[in-house]
Design a protein around this ligand. Structure first.
Ligand code: ADP
Ligand code: MG
Length: 414
């Protein structure tokens, strides 16, 4: 393992042992099992999910591990070393959405919220549970540590309550998992109060090892696209800038509002229905809305082209050059037209390109979080060093590097 890749993924055994040990220390008895779910990184298709467009996430090898034992009552008790906080008093009959009397504090909302959402969906009453969380998904880095929490909970509750929705990680029930995705998304939106679409939860529950997930956000239908970069001598380097700019929240809402307004003016339900970009540019007076639409429509085209390239054969030669250009163009469009990049993300992308990456782009919502670069395997370390040096000379805090291999979905680990 290259020493510069600091954020190593725990193996299933390591993660399950950490979570079990923590469970036994906290609750003085043994868990019934350990379930886990991955974080995700989106290869291309950014800020198009809420416009009905396609995206292409992979599941990270980095996972959240949840050791769980069902209870005979309706209480939930939770512990996580990464917050040094224990939450003892959640009552499934009293909990409710953020901003109400039953509000659940902080990180516990992502876990307890899934039980709440499954019950709202008519899957209850569920049993209470004790759970210990141990995760190696970087937190707040745009790599969906939150979905990893929700989705590990979803598969655990599925099995402990005999809901029969998840299948196994090796043989997943894709239809049942769509229901779990909804519960996890609702937990995040309503109980944790974070306004996100279903991309993260879909990736964590429905990705397959060795594949990227082509997700059509019109109807959340999926296609598995073989994604084995190692086989063609490439690696997907993920760089967590560790920057998080406070304007992120409001800006996300404003971008969505811009898209809705543009769709209304253009007379379409969602921007995915815009098929003539020139006509749309003529129809929109506001330069800001024009830029937003130009990003969304061009990003949808780039994502479709990228998916086609992946299906056309190994990512080598001219296909690799074409893929690199799509990744680069995606970043430039997010930076210039959608205005969701920031200095840290631009520094990663600039340094990665200068070091010879085959395309680099910000990934996730922007204003901090992570960027990706497609690099020759034997250039992985040199590229990471070049990025680290660029951060140092810009006076920025050191970023964190992960190597992303397309990994398996949520399921039982032990
Ligand atoms: P991201 O999903 O990109 O990592 P979010 O802001 O959506 O960022 O989710 C991060 C939140 O998820 C944290 O603030 C915390 O509440 C919760 N979380 C994630 N991992 C853990 C963990 N290991 N222990 C406790 N809470 C966690
Ligand atoms: Mg999140």
């Amino acid at each position: 393992m290259n020493p510069i890749i600091q954020a190593r993924a725990a193996t299933g055994d390591e993660g399950a042992s950490e979570a079990s040990r923590l469970f036994e220390t906290a609750f003085s008895h043994s868990p019934e099992g350990v379930w886990s779910a991955p974080g995700r990184v989106n290869v291309i298709g950014e800020h198009v999910d809420y416009n009905g467009g396609p995206c292409l996430p992979i599941a990270l090898p980095h996972r959240a591990f949840l050791a769980v034992k069902a209870r005979d009552d309706r209480r939930i008790r939770l512990v996580s070393p990464q917050t040094a906080e224990r939450v003892d008093e959640i009552d499934l009959d009293a909990m409710g959405p953020k901003g109400t009397a039953g509000e659940v504090p902080h990180w516990a909302a992502y876990i307890a919220g899934v039980a709440w959402a499954l019950e709202r969906d008519g899957r209850g009453p569920l049993r209470g549970f004790d759970a210990a969380l141990w995760s190696c998904v970087p937190r707040g880095g745009g790599l969906s540590s939150s979905a990893a929490l929700e989705c590990s909970t979803a598969v655990a509750l599925d099995e402990l309550n005999g809901l029969g929705l998840a299948g196994t990680a090796e043989d997943p029930d894709d239809e049942g998992r769509r229901i779990l995705v909804e519960a996890a998304r609702r937990a995040e939106n309503e109980i944790a109060g974070a306004n996100t679409g279903g991309l993260d939860q879909t990736a964590s529950l429905r990705c397959r090892a060795g594949h990227a997930l082509a997700l059509d956000c019109r109807d959340m239908s999926t296609r598995q696209i073989p994604f084995d970069m190692g086989a063609v001598g490439l690696e997907l380097l993920v760089v967590d800038t560790r920057a998080s700019h406070s304007l992120a929240d409001g800006q996300y809402g404003r971008r969505r509002a811009d898209c809705e307004e543009a769709a209304r003016i253009l007379g379409v339900r969602e921007l995915v229905e815009v098929d003539d970009l020139d006509a749309a540019m003529t129809a929109l007076d506001d330069p800001r809305l024009r830029s937003r639409v130009r990003h969304v429509v061009s990003e949808i085209a780039r994502t479709r082209a990228f998916i086609d390239l992946m299906g056309a054969g190994p990512l080598e030669g001219s296909r690799l050059d074409a893929a690199a250009l799509l990744l680069d163009d995606s970043h430039d469009s997010l930076r210039d037209d959608y205005e969701v990049s920031c200095r840290e993300l631009d520094v990663v992308v600039g340094a990665a390109r200068a070091a010879g990456a085959h395309g680099a782009r910000m990934t996730g919502g922007g204003f901090g979080g992570s960027a990706i670069a497609l690099v020759d395997s034997d250039r992985l370390e040199a590229t990471a060093r070049a990025i680290r040096d660029a951060f140092a000379s810009e006076g920025l805090d050191e970023p964190r590097f992960l190597s992303a291999v397309a990994s398996g979905p949520a399921g039982r680990t032990r």
